[in-house]
Structures are given as structure tokens and as C-alpha cells.
Design a protein around this ligand. Structure first.
Ligand SMILES: Nc1ncnc2c1ncn2[C@@H]1O[C@H](COP(=O)(O)OP(=O)(O)O)[C@@H](O)[C@H]1O
Ligand SMILES: [Mg+2]
Length: 342
């Protein structure tokens, strides 16, 4: 790839015209969109009022410029959208309006008017129905791509993103200290010294890195899930790879139970978490399906890294909430098979 055109609010209108998305003299207004951490993302508004989302992948990550990761990640995002689309009966995925692989620019349908899942969780909105639909979508993609084998893996050589993400889940929380309130930090230190937990995390990392398997989105977390009146939407497939399907449904379940664990009311989240697992299981069918134990182990690891890792979630600001999440997370990591009924 030659020198990348660095998109700015100033040069974006011309780029949009060159991509054929606006007429040569059409006005193009640029607005902020979301608060993504990794990529440069903007909303553009065309003369007729129609809007689009423009995403550009750059070597240095937007909010963590000290990290540099291959911009090829956006090629895998576009490829995920293409490979998963045939199974997207519920229109969970955004439509692609343009893709410039050379400049690493992806233009998507604007899914405005949505509430992000983290916001919905913060106000304890009932999200059973959209989450069930999301689970069914993931199950279909996993089921329909699991026979693709090495060929699928060769289409998604997304090692840089896969490892960066994996290190933050399975390694760093068990090796390094991250800022956290005092009691949470003390508990984190015990976790780092616990060879049973660190050993399980290491083995789970090996499963996550397994070289083949169905198409996994790998970042089914609340800031990538939008709830629209017409149904749930899934964004940001830049970590997509062929791998362990348990990882996708686990990430979703972890985030569905986390706020309830904070409130000391896990029972409140059980119906939605179980409903998600049931919908996933039914839609997938038994052949080649992930086990609930593998799912809960990954979910436990996600709960821990969201409390004592680099990407803490807003729900664990206080020690009381952090400790509650760590208790649930470590029990799922240690003995996921004993967590039924969960
Ligand atoms: N198609 C879209 N429609 C509406 N909002 C979007 C769309 N794509 C992204 N966004 C907003 O931008 C944010 C960042 O986009 P995302 O694809 O997740 O990039 P990043 O990799 O930087 O997280 C999302 O959390 C969402 O709020
Ligand atoms: Mg995102």
C-alpha cells in the first residue's frame, strides 16, 4: 500500500464525491459519529438529508496512538460483512455503500436512531427480544461456516488484531497491573498470583487462537451493538477470524450479566442470558455446537478483563461493583461446568 490518504473533516467531502456517493457539486456536511476507540469514524450528511457512516482504519489507533496495528483489519471487516450476509435474515449487519481497500475506507449505511447496548444495559431496559435475535444470527453464521475449514482461515489471516485482542483478554490481566480502585486492585493482585486461574486463562487463549473453525466476529460487545426499532445491529467486525465460536456468544452473555452482577441481582439477568443461550443452541443445532462450559469460561474471562484489565467498563467504577463482577467471573472461569443452573 502506498502513502495512505489521511481523511480529515476537510477532505472527506471530496473523497465522498470521488467514491461516487455524492454528485460533483453536492454539499456534504461532516458530523461526529459514536466515540469509537480504534478507527476514524464520521457521519456525513448529503444535500437531500441522506446520511452515511465513513470509517477509515489507520496504523495508529484513534484513542491509543501508542498502539500500531495493520490497517488490513478493515479488509477483514468488509470480508466478514460479505461472508456473513447470506445468513443475515434479520438484517443485523449494516449495508456497505462503498469500500476502498487501498485507502482502507469503508462506507456504511447509517444506523442512526439507535440506542447502544451499553446505554440500554445502564438503564436496565428489557432487551430479551433483540438479544435473542442476535444470538440466532451468530448461531447461523457459525453453523453455516463451520464446514469451510482451512479455506475460511486463509480468507481471514487477521493475526495482528486477533492477538492484540487476545492479549488483552487472556494475558495482560494476569500479568500486569492496570489502574483500579484499591480493593479491586488488591483482588487483581491475588488473581495474578493464582496459578489455577492463570493456567486456565492460558489454555483458553490457546483455544481462542485455534487456527480453523467457523467465522467468528470476535467483538460482540455492547459498544458494537445497536438497538433499533427494526431490530438489533452488529458493527465493527475488524477482529473477525476463523476460530472458536464459543467466544462470540460468551462475550455477549458476559456483558448481559455484568450490570446485574454489579447490582447484586444476577437473577434479574438470568432470563435474558439463558434465553440467549437457548436461542443460540436451538438455531445452531447440536452438531459442532460450542459447549456451555466453554462459553461460560470465556464469559468469566471477559468479566475479569473488563474489571481489572485495560478496558474497564463504566459499571465497575466502585470497589463494591468490581468485586461482585470478579467473584462471578472467577467462579465461571474455575468451574464453568458447575455453574448450571446459572
Ligand atoms: N453504520 C453505523 N451507523 C451508526 N453508527 C455507527 C455505524 N458504524 C459505527 N457507528 C458508531 O461509531 C462507533 C465506532 O464505530 P466502530 O465500527 O465500532 O469502530 P471502532 O473500531 O473505532 O470501535 C460505534 O460505536 C457507533 O456508535
Ligand atoms: Mg467499536
Amino acid at each position: 500500500m502506498g502513502e495512505q490518504l489521511h481523511l480529515t473533516d476537510e477532505n472527506l467531502p471530496d473523497t465522498v464525491r470521488q467514491l461516487g456517493l455524492a454528485g460533483p457539486d453536492e454539499a456534504v456536511a461532516v458530523e461526529a459519529a459514536g466515540d469509537g476507540n480504534i478507527n476514524w469514524v464520521r457521519r456525513i450528511r448529503l444535500a437531500g438529508g441522506k446520511s452515511l457512516i465513513v470509517k477509515q482504519a489507520r496504523l495508529a489507533l484513534e484513542k491509543f496512538p501508542e498502539y500500531e496495528v495493520s490497517t488490513e483489519r478493515i479488509v477483514f471487516e468488509a470480508r466478514y460483512l460479505e461472508r456473513a450476509r447470506p445468513f443475515d435474515f434479520d438484517r443485523v449487519l449494516p449495508e456497505v455503500r462503498a469500500f476502498d481497500p487501498a485507502q482502507r475506507i469503508l462506507v456504511l449505511e447509517d444506523l442512526a436512531g439507535a440506542e447502544r447496548l451499553d446505554e440500554a444495559l445502564a438503564r436496565a431496559r428489557d432487551i430479551s427480544e433483540p438479544m435473542t435475535r442476535m444470538a440466532r444470527f451468530l448461531a447461523r453464521v457459525h453453523r453455516e461456516t463451520r464446514g469451510a475449514g482451512a479455506e475460511l482461515a486463509s480468507e481471514f489471516p487477521n493475526e495482528a488484531m486477533r492477538r492484540l485482542h487476545g492479549d488483552h483478554i487472556f494475558l495482560l490481566p494476569y500479568r500486569e497491573e492496570f489502574p483500579a480502585p484499591p480493593e479491586t486492585a488488591a483482588r487483581a493482585q491475588q488473581i495474578r498470583a493464582d496459578t489455577e486461574l492463570t493456567g486456565i486463562a492460558e489454555r483458553a487463549y490457546e483455544s481462542y487462537l485455534r487456527p480453523t473453525g467457523p467465522l467468528v466476529h470476535a467483538d460482540v460487545q455492547p459498544t458494537n451493538l445497536l438497538l433499533r426499532p427494526d431490530g438489533p445491529k452488529l458493527l465493527d467486525a475488524e477482529i473477525a477470524h476463523a476460530g472458536d465460536p464459543a467466544f462470540d456468544i460468551a462475550t455477549l452473555i458476559a456483558h448481559l450479566v455484568l450490570p446485574a452482577a454489579v447490582r447484586g441481582d444476577l437473577a434479574a439477568a438470568r432470563p435474558v442470558a439463558r434465553g440467549v443461550w437457548r436461542a443460540y443452541s436451538e438455531e445452531h443445532g447440536a452438531a459442532g455446537r460450542a459447549s456451555l462450559a466453554d462459553v461460560l469460561r470465556y464469559a468469566g474471562l471477559e468479566l475479569v478483563r473488563r474489571t481489572v484489565g485495560a478496558a474497564r467498563v463504566r459499571f465497575v467504577e466502585s470497589d463494591a461493583s468490581g468485586l461482585a463482577v470478579l467473584e462471578l467471573g472467577t467462579s465461571w472461569i474455575r468451574s464453568p461446568e458447575r455453574c448450571e443452573p446459572w
